[in-house]
Ligand binder design. Sequence first.
Ligand SMILES: *[C@@H]1O[C@H](CO)[C@@H](O)[C@H](O)[C@H]1NC(C)=O
Ligand SMILES: *[C@@H]1O[C@H](CO)[C@@H](O)[C@H](O)[C@H]1NC(C)=O
Ligand SMILES: *[C@@H]1O[C@H](CO)[C@@H](O)[C@H](O)[C@H]1NC(C)=O
Ligand SMILES: *[C@@H]1O[C@H](CO)[C@@H](O)[C@H](O)[C@H]1NC(C)=O
Length: 369
Amino acid sequence: MAPLSVIFLLMIHGVSSGDWGVSYSPSRICALKDSTVIMRCTYTYPTGHQIKKAFWSKGPVRGEEPPDLSNDPEYSQRLQYLGDKQQNCTVRLSHVTLKDEHEYYFRFITDKDVKWIGKPGVTLTVTDLQVESPERVTEGDSVTLTCKSSCALTDRATFIWYRNSLKILTESNFSNKLSLNPVRREDSGRYSCAVDGHTRISTEVQLNVMYPPQNTFVGVSPCCEIEEGDSVTLNCISDSNPPALNFSWIKGGTTVGSGRILNISKISSDDSGEYKCKSINEHGEKYSDTVTLNVMSTGCLEILYASIGVVCGAAVIITMVLIWVSKWMKKRNYTPTSQMSQSRNHYDKREACDDDQPVYENATPNMRP
Ligand SMILES: *[C@@H]1O[C@H](CO)[C@@H](O)[C@H](O)[C@H]1NC(C)=O
Ligand SMILES: *[C@@H]1O[C@H](CO)[C@@H](O)[C@H](O)[C@H]1NC(C)=O
Ligand SMILES: *[C@@H]1O[C@H](CO)[C@@H](O)[C@H](O)[C@H]1NC(C)=O
Ligand SMILES: *[C@@H]1O[C@H](CO)[C@@H](O)[C@H](O)[C@H]1NC(C)=O
């Protein structure tokens, strides 16, 4: 008798619901993973019936009696019936997971043993958020990141964006897109998104902004005074993404080497000149400013020291000759009456000699490196 009445009632439902019916609003729900879903539901039945049992079940319905979800260990902790035994059959399901993707039905049984199931039911789809982004972009490109969900979340969802776990301030626009136009190198980072009001955050996606070499310069080691025979290292330093792997070295107008480091062992005066480097990656190239290498030849230094020696030696000899000459002159002009003046003159000569000495002593250390 009972199965027959169910069939009969279902047939009526198909044609016209009459006084029997269950309605869900909305009948399709797109829920974010881990969120709480409220399935709004109302039901009607003819007067004269009392509701003996009201519960929710899920598809696919097999066999004669659909099971009560509140007895299902997978649901019992998460399902809460918010309705009543008159007309409200709203239910709440918390911490939804992908396993909850089903069609859910409300079922009630009256005191006159009439059983009703509200078919079609509520279709629940569970989605996670995913950032969709181009992997590699070049500075200046127009880039759009999309916070993707497998089903359409409520139309008024506000999306929140994070870069390296810090919230990015964007004009809230109910759009799941983040526009970076033009994209800058500072925009590189790990991006994730969320929906306002929900704790769920998408997994992070790396955005890598490429740019040509910048701030290219030459480092010289040892730094300042280079003598013939030294080993000198020139280092081409630049900032680029990806890092430059292709370098060339230019001296005057000709290319003299490649590679980030230019080693010049046993440098000679022929290596003097203006050097610059060029740093290249697939997005462009950049020349450094020129650096000037001034190689002091040791031959040149020897000549320099020799000339200083000659000049100083000559000065000493000339001074001594002058002293001897003046002494000899004084001897020849000697008279007892001029004793005082002679002795003063002698004193003056010593002073002149002292004056000469510092010039000689100062000159030599200054010339040595
Ligand atoms: C049904 O109950 C829920 C929860 O108590 C409530 O939010 C909703 O407004 C009710 N629906 C109707 C039609 O009364
Ligand atoms: C809002 O979103 C659209 C694309 O969906 C975008 O073109 C626009 O710049 C955004 N911002 C504002 C303030 O409208
Ligand atoms: C380095 O760049 C030059 C162009 O300046 C190119 O001819 C050469 O093939 C590049 N070398 C490598 C290894 O990419
Ligand atoms: C340059 O010289 C240094 C030490 O003098 C050495 O470690 C390095 O490998 C050399 N590099 C090249 C490219 O020859």
